[in-house]
Design a binder for this molecule. Sequence first.
Ligand code: AHM
Ligand code: MG
Length: 336
Amino acid sequence: MTLKKQTLGEFIIENQTSFKYSSGELSSLLNSIRLAAKVVNHEVNKAGLVDIIGAVGDTNIQGEDQQKLDVYANDKFIQTLTRRNIVCGIASEEEDSFVAINSIDENNQNKYVVLIDPLDGSSNIDVNVSVGTIFSIYRRVTPTGTPVQLKDFLQKGSEQVAAGYVVYGTSTMLVYTTGDGVNGFTLNPAIGTFYLSHANMTFPENGNIYSVNEGNYQDFPLGIKKYIKYCQEEEGERPYTSRYIGSLVSDFHRNMIKGGIYLYPKGSRNPNGKLRLLYECNPIAFLAEQANGKSSDGVTRTMDVEPTELHQRVPFICGSKNMVEKVEEFMRKFGE
Ligand code: AHM
Ligand code: MG
């Protein structure tokens, strides 16, 4: 007997009641992200056709301007969430400031804000390597019907109500959490439907993969340098395998399935690391913790960091629990 696969749409509806603030609003929001993801996926899949359909700045056969894919993805996610009128504000890695959506209208009772990195790892597009979208959802802290404010976005990661990513890889997957575990859905491109393919995803407690841009080695704090050497030593399960795609979602996705750790530490060139707390680190940290993994800057839990600005960067170490704890041990011992 073959079991009927559950679609993402069915899953969202069936799990709506288990969500503590259930009002259907979060379900509509997740459905909009699902829709925008399909549209962006379609465009990402055409990326290699640039010589045929035209380069950035050209006008295509339908008379539309060709956009850079990260700009396209940003527009699509913002448009979809705005037109359906289901959030009161959006902040994006691609925008200088947040976008308020009819939040001044007292009839607008939308209580969620979305923070998004519409196309992360976009330097990989030109070479046909996976990229991703990362999203993070919070309840606004200011009253509904009043203008949305910066403080609605500057919330600690521990306040997230949902987070997830879409990975545009050999297959396209949407992976998300609403604080009740992590589930992954794979897109069947022939019919444009996401199906539950990875139920209840969890990190193995230990792993043997480390993902870091070792080109920055000289720049790293001593604790991180010592940890990298530890990964390379021959003892027990070690040396570990090095795997670095340079696309956070893909590196994280692989590590969650196989067991591993991702590191983007600080360095003299990037004094706070490279990755953005609100658009990249917090949503990935929420997924990691929901999947029995761990995330910190080497000392402090990522989701406990108090945000001070929208585009804030933090060092980011995330993955299998025991591996992250080992890095923290090295940081305590050797520090800078
Ligand atoms: P982006 O937001 O400009 O795409 O940068 C984020 C990406 C991550 O996906 C990836 O892990 C990292 O930058 C790679 O950086 P580097 O090339 O410095 O190793
Ligand atoms: Mg990014």
